[in-house]
Structures are given as C-alpha cells and as structure tokens.
Design a protein around this ligand. Structure first.
Ligand code: ATP
Ligand code: MG
Length: 383
C-alpha cells in the first residue's frame, strides 16, 4: 500500500481531435508543478496518479496540483492491491473515527469476484466493528470512503474529492502579454487568461527614479505568485521615464495619462510581436478610473493591431478583490508603492478624450524614437 495523489481533469474540454494534444500539455504542466519533488506521474484510465513521493509530502504535492489549470478535482489517498484485505487496510486509514458514513465503490474491473455493493458492504462492515463510533447512512453520510477497483488488479481508496483550479491546461490557448502594474487588477486579469489555457508573460513599466525599486520588487513578488499557477516564466521591464518627461514638457496636461497609455500599448505590442505573443492583456475595468472609459480604451486600442483582452472589463472592484484574495495576490497588491501612472498625474485628467485631440497633442512628440528606444532598453528576467 502506498500513499498517492489522484488527479482528475475536466473531460469537457478534451473531446475529439484535441484530446491527445491537451493531455500531453496537461501532463507537462503537472510535471512542471512538481519540479524539485521526488515522484512518479502516471496516466491511468481517465486520471493521473502521483506516486513514489517521499513520506510527508502528500500535502505539498496536493497543494501544487490544486493550482494547475485543467485539474477538475484531486484526492489524497492510497494505492493498494485489490484484495479485500488490501482495500480494508487503506480504508481504515481514510475512514472517519465517528459519525455517519458510507463506502462508495466503483468497479473498473468487471471480472472482480464481488460486486460494487458487496465490496462496500464488506468494507463498511469491517469498519463498523473496528470503530464503534461509526454508523452507516447511505443517503446523507457525513463522510464517504471511496473505493475504486481498477482493471489492473490494484485499487484506489480515498476519503474526499477536493476541487481543482478548473479551466484548461496552460499552453493550449496561445500566448498573451500581460501589462502588469503593482495593483490589484492586472494579476487577476493574467490569472483569468491563464485559466483559459493561455500562456502569459509579463510586462511592467516603471519610471525609475520617480518610482523606486520597491515597485519593481513588488511586481516580482506578484509574478512569483502567478507563476505558481500559470507557469509564467518571464518578466520584462521597460522604463517610461523619458516618455513621461517628454509628455509632461510638451503636451496638454490633462492628456498625460491618455498619452502614456498609448505609449505603453505601442511598446507592449512591439515586445509581444518580437516574442511571438498573440495579444495584450490588461486589468482594465469599464468606468473604474478616468482612463478606463470606452473613449480611453478606444484611444489606446487605436495605436495597436493586436487584440487587447480585458477579462475584468465587466467586473466590480469588489468582485476583483474577492478573486485577488482567492488567488493570493491581494495582500501583495495592497502594499504601498509608487505606480508610474501616478507620476505627473494631472489634477483633472481628460475623462473622454477625443481621438483627434489626442493625436494632435501626440504629434508634438517623436513617437517612433521614444518607443523604439524604450523597447531596445528593456530588461527581461526568468523567474
Ligand atoms: P491595476 O490594479 O492592475 O494597477 P488599475 O485599476 O490601477 O489597475 P490603471 O492604472 O488605469 O488601473 O491601469 C490599467 C491597466 O493598465 C492595468 O490593469 C495594467 O494592465 C496596465 N498598467 C497600468 N500601469 C502599468 C504599469 N506600470 N506597468 C504595466 N502595466 C500597467
Ligand atoms: Mg494600478
């Protein structure tokens, strides 16, 4: 008998021709999440098993598995031979010590000498005599002992189904570049696209020395948290200091933010295209701040051809915060820091900037030079 982690994936996405491809990527992602831990990962009918790990590591493994997209549910349990004695020795370990319970048996091996009902009755009976505090309730039990008799002469025994992260395996839905600030929203936006199977890389703008190193460290910390889910590996940083100074010097103050955002989008698109990414992702939500109006989004979209995905566009701040807490980025996101958008922030930013006005103010700048210099000076690091 051996402790194992049982992984089930969301079958619904795995229909038809894509199945083999999805499963391969899913396997690779599971392996990556388990990196550094001794284990064996085996694909069996309809699920994966993590076996042969060191004692005491089941919780760590389960924790990592819980963050892999495509995992529908998982269980920590035991792999044993399928004799009644084998099953019982595992059942004893997962069974509750008191309260109501039932044994729920699934029999993959139809040649097994006992039916599912008979196995449940035999194991349940033995548990009842071992633990006097137990009673059987087949309709609304407080606990369930699950027994899965497999085709190959082994059995899986476990006590619960834990909900997985859901979604699709990262890597099956193309690649996107997430514009990540140190705020609450953008990490959540990245999480959501990764959950849809997208490989997400990160791009952060800073205005050093107006913003300090702390801002960058914070983004790195957020990137690290995200990397636990989506396997993002790269963070690129670009300075927009000179661009902001130029805008501040030459253009109408009320357009500072609007113009900066157009530069951010242009730079992001260049970086994305050079690195084979297919879209940009932002944490914008309609109406949240002055620049997140439809006019503001139109003005930013006008300078790029790649699609811009805004998965939070219809969310309330409360909903975003709730997700950030669940993902684990919230407490880092709310640490104080200087975002580059707050440098040279105008007292009255234009809320509904007209595109013609934006373009005429922008024509006072050498856009191409500023963009290509910023892109050329970018720094990337593997996480
Ligand atoms: P967030 O919580 O993600 O900071 P926000 O509500 O503060 O968002 P804005 O400052 O208007 O909103 O930024 C909107 C989006 O623009 C962000 O979600 C992010 O995708 C991108 N963005 C803003 N600042 C930066 C930055 N310094 N580096 C990279 N992307 C940024
Ligand atoms: Mg912000």
């Amino acid at each position: 008998m051996e402790k194992v982690v049982i992984i089930r994936y969301s079958e619904i996405h795995l229909k038809g021709k894509n199945r083999g491809y999805f499963e391969r990527i899913f396997s690779v992602n599971l392996e990556k999440s388990l990196k550094g831990l001794r284990h064996e990962l085996h694909r069996t009918s309809g699920r994966w098993l993590v076996e042969k790990f060191e004692e005491g590591y089941a919780e760590e493994i389960a924790g990592r598995i819980s963050r892999v997209f495509g995992v529908h549910s998982y269980s920590v349990g035991y792999l044993t031979d399928s004799s009644l004695d084998g099953i019982y020795s595992a059942a004893k370990l997962v069974a509750p010590r008191g309260g109501s319970f039932k044994v729920d048996t699934h029999r993959g091996n139809k040649g097994y000498p006992l039916t599912s009902m008979e196995i449940s009755a035999a194991i349940g009976g033995r548990l009842l005599s071992e633990f006097p505090g137990l009673r059987v309730d087949v309709h609304q039990p407080e606990s369930v002992v699950y027994v899965d008799v497999r085709e190959n002469g082994s059995a899986l025994v476990f006590g619960s189904f834990e909900q997985g992260a859901g979604g699709m395996p990262v890597g099956v839905s193309g690649k996107g570049l997430l514009l990540i600030s140190g705020g609450i929203d953008s990490p959540v936006a990245g999480y959501m696209m990764a959950k849809r199977g997208m490989t997400v890389e990160l791009l952060h703008f800073h205005s050093y020395p107006y913003t300090n190193e702390g801002a960058k460290e914070k983004v790195k910390e957020l990137a690290k948290i995200l990397s636990r889910y989506s396997l993002v590996t790269r963070l690129t940083t670009v300075s927009v200091t000179e661009i902001q100074e130029e805008i501040h010097r030459k253009c109408a103050e009320e357009l500072n933010v609007t113009l900066l955002r157009r530069f951010m989008f242009r730079i992001a698109e260049r970086v994305a295209k050079e690195e084979g990414m297919q879209c940009l992702i932002t944490g914008e939500s309609l109406g949240q701040v002055a620049s997140q109006t439809i006019e503001g989004m139109t003005s930013s979209n006008a300078v790029v051809t790649l699609p811009v995905l805004r998965p939070l566009v219809g969310f309330d701040k409360d909903e975003i915060i709730e997700r950030a807490k669940k993902i684990g980025t919230f407490s880092t996101s709310i640490l104080p820091y200087e975002d580059c958008c707050t440098v040279f922030l105008p007292d009255h930013p234009a809320i509904k900037p007209k595109l013609a006005y934006v373009e005429s103010e922008e024509s006072k700048l050498d856009v191409e030079r500023l963009v290509s210099e910023a892109v050329a000076a970018r720094e990337s690091e593997e996480l």
